[in-house]
Write a protein that binds this ligand. Structure first.
Ligand code: MF3
Ligand code: CO
Length: 290
């Protein structure tokens, strides 16, 4: 951490004097670091102006998912979902973040049943009664990023799949309750993990969440299998996703060797995921996209 004069302008861009702005914040982080904890760097702390812009991006992300929620049903192809997302995003003056991201060919990820994440929309994939699907939407608006995903049950779904979808949602909600200043990221991760384990499920280890807002994927990496009391310290202004992938069977996964993107469960059993974008505030959290 750099040393700034107490009367100089704060590093956060507020225009206030350092001693009246993030001075105590930095003192707190310095102490925690001394004690051996991992602490956020200044570039993980969003300014109020950035937060306001990201909030607007998040509103579009939510609206796009709301549109999907209203129209998704058996008989729809995942390509149609992609078309909706493209149309609903661009008509609001925004850009779908997945499109051409590291070569990703579509505007949204659609992951059905045993697909864990990064399913690629296709005209050949038709939703049918009994499917569960994750629709993962990410938006760039005036350069600011939002990212969230929801599960949808198509028609009548088996009790066991319904439960997986419900428990995964509860995992995110329980994790969210742990988000507050000066807690540890691991507190959130452990809450997610324990609830999944208590229900006989596993949580994917190799893929996690991420910082978000200025870029699509920023530091820190967010695990959902970490211990409480470990990991990076949470501080006001940090923003990241909670997006655990919960499997009904084994936590083992593999990548599609043809498209290089889609992740599947090794045992072919279903997987569910919900994703929210959360900001650490002075007294807890704010959800920017869900
Ligand atoms: N939306 C995914 C996430 O939650 C990232 C997808 S990358 C893509 O982080 F290229 F597949 F879109
Ligand atoms: Co994400």
């Amino acid at each position: 951490m750099e040393t700034i004069g107490r009367n100089s302008e704060c590093w956060c861009g507020s225009g206030k004097k350092y001693k009246k702005c993030h001075y105590q914040f930095d003192e707190k982080l310095r102490e925690l670091k001394q004690e051996g904890h991992l602490v956020p760097s200044h570039n993980m702390i969003k300014t109020p102006e950035q937060i306001e812009k990201i909030r607007e991006s998040g509103k579009i992300n939510i609206a796009v998912l709301d549109y999907v929620a209203e129209h998704i049903k058996a008989g729809v192809t995942t390509q149609q979902i992609d078309d909706w997302v493209y149309e609903q995003t661009t008509s609001r003056g925004a850009i779908p973040a997945p499109l051409n991201y590291e070569g990703f060919p579509k505007s949204v990820c659609t992951s059905i049943n045993h697909e864990v994440c990064h399913g690629i929309p296709s005209e050949k994939v038709v939703l049918k009664e009994g499917d569960i699907i994750n629709v993962d939407v990410s938006t760039i608006y005036h350069g600011y990023f939002s990212d969230s995903s929801r599960m949808f049950c198509i028609g009548e779904v088996s009790e066991e799949k319904k439960k997986l979808v419900q428990v995964t949602k509860e995992c995110v909600e329980l994790g969210l309750k742990q988000v507050k200043p000066w807690a540890f990221m691991g507190d959130m991760s452990d809450a997610v993990h324990q609830h999944a384990l208590e229900n006989g499920y596993t949580v994917v280890r190799e893929i996690g969440g991420h910082g978000v807002g200025i870029e699509f994927h920023e530091d820190p990496y967010v695990s959902y299998v970490a211990q409480s009391g470990t990991g990076i310290v949470l501080a006001p202004g940090m923003m990241f996703t909670i997006e655990p992938m919960v499997n009904m069977g084994t936590d083992q996964i593999f990548v599609d060797d043809e498209n290089g993107w889609t992740i599947y469960t090794e045992d072919g059993k279903p997987s569910a995921q919900w994703e929210i974008q959360v900001l650490v505030t002075e007294d807890g959290y704010e959800v920017l996209a869900y």
